[in-house]
Design a protein around this ligand. Structure first.
Ligand SMILES: NC(=O)c1ccc[n+]([C@@H]2O[C@H](COP(=O)([O-])OP(=O)(O)OC[C@H]3O[C@@H](n4cnc5c(N)ncnc54)[C@H](OP(=O)(O)O)[C@@H]3O)[C@@H](O)[C@H]2O)c1
Length: 346
């Protein structure tokens, strides 16, 4: 029997397999409708984080490649550098009005500066009214570089706290009706499959504890726990955000399916990445090219206009979340603790 870390590592390749199988049998393809009213997101601006990565890039391009009457203006928030410059150029080449804002989501003061810049673009009329925000950027638990510039555990800080700061600062900038789409993952709960496979479950604790340096992952298992826990936080946050958001701002959570071989796998050993690369080529396995346009659809299409209350969309299907992922006490505490974490480093 290999040691626990080895088993987790070896079996991680099968992560999400059950979801993949279920998605193949249960999902139906989205039929995109081109009918929309003058208050649809297409008539305004969409802000997306992580437009340089796999899912974010495909979602961004799917929005930009829509016909002119059906596409939004775009604000692209990502780490400054060549990747961000490239996607901006690619988007603008389609004729889309787009602006890039450089920010490291591991640094709350950069996130808040990005929010201020986005607000300025909207209020000055440089872009149309803000109608959607897609909180796509994300990281898996990292053993190396486990803390952000602010000194918080990176996975929770980037996946949840940074997006909460961005959204909090922009909440009054949205024009109703507006959509906030957060990105979740089925790893937030451990079903029988994941237990057998040794996929790390979420382990909820007080958010101040989860972000403390002592919570930084020290091996592959704790890195997996950090990721799953951050995705549970996203569900809790979605529920509380819906209660606190202005009228007309609807909150949902999108799960793209297991997309092996995206940047999320970058810290895995080379041999495992090669296996994941092979799995990624199996027909039917989710991919950014397939799930990106589905994410764009959730942000833009009339078909999804009634989503709210943190509705959990797995690719094209709305699913109930596990009972423990709805918890008024934890949701309220997460809100207060997140505000404290943001305030401490602002
Ligand atoms: N892959 C899957 O199987 C899967 C399954 C369920 C959910 N998801 C979720 O889908 C989302 C996208 O993941 P992906 O698979 O597309 O991963 P990816 O290829 O690694 O893309 C991640 C994106 O997040 C950005 N990012 C990471 N850290 C950042 C930071 N500190 N500041 C600013 N931007 C940062 C990356 O920017 P850089 O280009 O600068 O690194 C990149 O654009 C994530 O929320 C992930 O949790 C993925």
């Amino acid at each position: 029997m290999p040691p626990r870390g080895g088993r987790v590592l070896a079996l991680a390749v099968l992560r999400h397999v059950d979801d993949w199988l279920r998605s193949e049998t249960l999902t139906t393809l989205v039929t995109m409708t081109s009918t929309h009213s003058s208050t649809s997101p297409q008539t305004g601006t969409v802000l997306i984080t992580g437009p340089t990565g796999s899912l974010g890039r495909e979602a961004t391009l799917a929005m930009a490649h829509r016909p002119p009457h059906d596409r939004p203006d775009l604000i692209l928030v990502g780490r400054p550098g060549g990747g961000l410059d490239d996607i901006l150029a690619e988007v603008r080449a389609t004729g889309t009005t787009a602006h890039a804002i450089g920010a490291d989501l591991g640094h709350i003061s950069e996130v808040r500066a990005a929010a201020a810049r986005a607000q300025e673009l909207v209020t000055r009329g440089t872009v149309r009214p803000l109608r959607a925000l897609v909180a796509n950027a994300g990281v898996t638990g990292s053993v190396s570089g486990a803390l952000t510039t602010d000194g918080y555990e990176r996975t929770f800080a980037v996946n949840h706290v940074a997006h909460a700061a961005l959204i909090g600062d922009l909440l009054r900038t949205f024009t109703s009706p507006a959509r906030i789409v957060l990105i979740g993952s089925n790893t937030y709960y451990q079903n029988i499959w994941r237990r057998i496979l040794g996929v790390a479950p979420s382990e909820w604790k007080d958010p101040l504890e989860l972000t403390a340096p002592e919570s930084a992952p020290h091996d592959l298992h704790s890195a997996g726990v950090a990721y799953s826990t951050s995705k549970l936080a996203i569900l809790y946050y979605a529920h509380e955000l819906q209660r606190r958001a202005p009228e007309g701002v609807a909150v949902s959570v999108f799960e793209p399916g297991w997309m092996p071989s995206t940047g999320l796998a970058r810290e895995m050993p080379a041999a495992l990445r090669r296996v994941m690369g092979a799995i990624a080529r199996i027909p039917g396995v989710s991919s950014p090219r397939e799930s990106g346009p589905l994410l764009a659809s959730v942000a833009l299409d009339e078909k999804w206009a009634s989503l709210r209350d943190g509705a959990f969309v797995v690719k094209t299907e709305v699913r109930d979340v596990e009972p423990f992922a709805v918890d008024r006490e934890r949701e309220s505490r997460l809100w207060t603790a997140t505000a404290e974490l943001i305030e401490r480093v602002s």
